[in-house]
Ligand binder design. Structure first.
Ligand SMILES: Nc1nc2c(ncn2[C@@H]2O[C@H](COP(=O)(O)OP(=O)(O)OP(=O)(O)O)[C@@H](O)[C@H]2O)c(=O)[nH]1
Ligand SMILES: [Mg+2]
Length: 464
């Protein structure tokens, strides 16, 4: 637990820009003292009452001048986010007011918090484990309801408790082995390799493997995908972007070469967070600006997870279409036959035959036909499942960091199993076991390297 001499930290907890309310948050042993210097309650109490909002004013201590009318709350440790004394001042959401409260609090002894420092203190003080601290960040950043739900489950300790169960089983085995090390001459056979083997192969490796598969299958719902719309000029790429966004985001004209730069937006498709990128139409061009745009289109195509390859279905397939499609290389590709309102069903069938190696959907980006089918096809392409009625069933989806540690733990468990077969000495078994425990400890934060912690908390915003 952080000691009494931890510095008291402060930050604005609300997003930038004008708002109804802005909150300054202060945490640390000096929090209450700082509040008493800045805040004057309308109805003062003889002693501070914890966890109660109080109406009053923030005054500039030197002049006694009122800065703002506020609600303030003091929350006594340890029942707070950081487990330290915490103070919040809820003022009007004006940046000048928030900024001045920060300065006044600094003059009273606080220092500006680093990114994620509140949550880091919550972690260091044992209020959250590392998976829960990461879940806080995910909760703030989730873009879909599915992602939100996963973050809440993890914050609630979903992953932590699963890992803890596995750790507890390992610790039980370790205790047995340690007895064997401490009493090597005992007549009774203390280590029962068969029992340890069974625990490892049935109660430790399978749950780890399950969590690893959950990480793989749930990844897209957690991290999302980048989808790029690619095609020759005028095929309707920007129209499709606008239709997906339900907003006139990109300029659409009948002229080829309208979009010069890439346009990126975020949408949710069937619960997947999608970064959707409209690009300049690709063709041989003499125009310098257009040429730069086309290079950008190609870069975005190279970086994307999925290519929506758009064709104008009302026109014959052009050599440039084929070249463009070939240049998508090994990307996951969905052929989108646009302007289907201008052609006959048999023309679409002909395209289907022609591009039979790829999934194809027919749409009209202008009128909105086929958009639901497009979303479903995209979902099946990236998940391998039908969108309708598919429930991944995972309430816990470990992230890439957790996955890597679990994979290492699994490998170490298999080594341990092999060691048991070879009748390894108890000392060596204990070392192998500790390796597994260390890998799992990285996930929850027992044995996580300082740099890793810095990276994790560095991703947070200042006020969290
Ligand atoms: N009939 C019909 N017209 C469409 C459809 N989609 C787009 N258009 C028209 O096709 C023209 C080009 O559309 P854009 O969305 O600007 O095409 P683009 O692929 O973004 O073009 P560039 O940015 O120039 O590469 C516009 O006149 C659109 O109204 C469609 O589904 N049906
Ligand atoms: Mg365009």
């Amino acid at each position: 637990m952080a000691g009494r001499n931890e510095p008291t930290i402060e930050a604005i907890g609300t997003p930038p820009g004008p708002g109804g309310i802005g909150i300054v948050r202060i945490s640390g042993p000096g929090a209450l003292g700082i509040l008493s210097q800045l805040f004057t309650a309308k109805r003062p109490t003889p002693a501070p009452v914890s966890h109660r909002l109080t109406f009053g004013w923030v005054k500039r201590p030197r002049s006694g001048q009122i800065l703002d009318e506020v609600m303030a709350v003091y929350m006594a440790a340890p029942h707070t986010y950081t487990r330290e004394d915490v103070v919040e001042i809820h003022c009007h959401g004006n940046f000048l007011i928030l900024q001045e409260i920060l300065v006044l609090a600094q003059e009273a002894g606080a220092r500006l918090a680093e990114a994620g420092e509140f949550t880091k203190r919550a972690f260091l003080n044992g209020r959250l484990d590392l998976t829960q601290a990461e879940a806080v960040l995910e909760l703030l950043q989730a873009r879909t309801n599915e992602g939100l739900q996963l973050a809440i489950n993890q914050l609630h300790g979903g992953l932590h408790s699963r890992i803890q169960e596995i750790v507890d089983r390992l610790i039980r085995i370790k205790a047995i082995i340690e007895v064997a090390i401490d009493f090597p001459d005992e007549e009774v056979e203390i280590i029962n390799p068969q029992e340890i083997r069974l625990t490892l192969s049935e109660n430790i490796i399978p749950p780890l493997e399950y969590l690893i598969s959950a990480a793989d299958n749930g990844k897209i719902f957690r991290d999302g995908i980048a989808v790029v719309i690619i095609g020759r000029p005028n095929v309707g790429k920007s129209s499709l972007l606008n239709m997906l966004l339900q907003e006139e985001r990109a300029i659409v004209t009948a002229e080829a070469g309208t979009t010069r730069d890439t346009i990126e937006e975020y949408i949710a498709i069937q619960g997947m967070p999608v970064r959707i990128i409209d690009t300049a139409g690709i063709r041989a061009s003499q125009d310098a600006v257009e040429e730069i745009g086309i290079q950008r289109s190609r870069q975005k195509m190279a970086q994307a997870d999925v290519v929506l390859f758009l064709l104008d279905a009302s026109l014959p397939v052009h050599q440039e279409d084929l070249e463009l499609m070939a240049s998508a290389g090994g990307k996951q590709l969905l052929v989108v036959a646009n302007k289907s309102d201008l052609c006959q069903p048999q023309e679409i069938s002909a395209l289907r035959d022609r591009f039979s190696g790829h999934p194809l959907v027919a749409i009209s980006a202008k009128h909105g036909n086929g958009i639901a089918e497009l979303e479903e096809a995209l979902f099946s392409l990236v998940t391998g499942h039908q969108a309708k009625g598919w429930d991944p069933g995972y309430t816990t989806v470990p992230n890439a960091r957790h996955r890597a540690a679990m994979a290492q733990a699994c490998t170490a468990c298999r080594d341990l199993l092999a060691g048991l077969g070879n009748e390894l000495s108890p000392d060596l078994l204990a070392i192998e076991l500790q390796t597994v425990l260390d890998h799992l400890g990285e996930i929850v934060g027992y044995t996580t390297a300082e740099e890793v912690l810095d990276t994790i908390f560095g991703e947070f915003c200042i006020g969290k």
